[in-house]
Design a protein around this ligand. Structure first.
Ligand SMILES: Nc1nc2c(c(=O)[nH]1)N[C@H]1C(S)=C(S)[C@@H](COP(=O)(O)O)O[C@H]1N2
Ligand SMILES: [Mo]
Length: 228
């Protein structure tokens, strides 16, 4: 769990806004129920997991802060779900051929978003597949039906509306969501201020002025979706 004292360059805000890159404001996926999650990669056949299969894994309740790369943070979110680590140990790793060295986990979302995380980072105790937030089923705003929560990584690694997880030896299948290479980072650890491919202080200055208008844009798009 992070606190405002060890999240360099972040400023806490009282609300937890829906947020992302501009094109995603209008992409509000309508995920069919019952939902499923596809897992694959690393030379394995794709496998479809449903809520019942995930429910066989230990449930965890976790309080953590959330840090967007644009410098806003929100404290003390209570996520409910299962650990990626437990999914990996119980289901993913046993299926992997012994000769494949998995180094990356790719996450794909129903709205077209995606991200990569080093397997090593994804196996941390606090990386979850969350289906609850603050005691309620995860809302559409915050990533229903299932989202990745990686509190020690910037928001863009915390993929909402999770559709597919893929284990990979390298990043050949990964495509960043933005054409601007400086906005992506393979790891994006908050402690180390891995904001992107430019100096963190410069990115803070570039991003900070964009927060207000992005929050408004995402809120307006969501309001339109709710009551068209
Ligand atoms: N599927 C999906 N996941 C996403 C995004 C998105 O637009 N689509 N935005 C990312 C970014 S940049 C941030 S800061 C967080 C915001 O999470 P929130 O909308 O629940 O606040 O989600 C991340 N995950
Ligand atoms: Mo973000």
């Amino acid at each position: 769990m992070k606190t405002e004292y060890d999240a360099p360059g972040q400023r806490y805000r009282a609300d937890f806004p829906r947020f992302g890159l501009d094109p995603f404001a209008e992409r509000i996926p309508d995920v069919a129920e019952p939902w499923s999650l596809v897992v694959g990669g690393a030379g394995t056949e794709d496998m479809v997991l449903d809520a019942a299969r995930l429910a066989e894994l230990p449930r965890v309740d976790q309080v953590s802060d959330f840090h967007c790369v644009t410098t806003w943070s929100h404290a003390n979110l209570r996520w409910g779900g299962v650990r990626f680590r437990d999914l990996y140990e119980a289901i993913l790793r046993p299926r992997c051929p012994p000769d494949v060295h998995v180094r990356w986990v790719l996450s794909w979302a129903h709205d077209g978003a995606r991200s990569c995380l080093p397997l090593e980072d994804a196996l941390a105790q606090d990386v979850l597949l969350a289906d609850h937030l603050d005691g309620e089923p995860l809302s559409l705003e915050h990533g229903a039906p299932l989202r990745l929560v990686a509190p020690r990584h910037y928001g863009f690694k915390n993929v909402k509306h999770l559709r597919r997880l893929e284990l990979c030896a390298d990043l050949r299948r990964y495509r960043r969501v933005t054409p601007l290479a400086f906005m992506d980072h393979p790891r994006a650890r908050v402690d180390l201020e891995e904001r992107g491919a430019l100096p963190a202080r410069l990115l803070r200055m570039l991003y900070r002025p964009l927060i207000g208008r992005t929050v408004s844009k995402f809120r307006r798009a969501f309001d339109r979706h709710r009551s068209p």
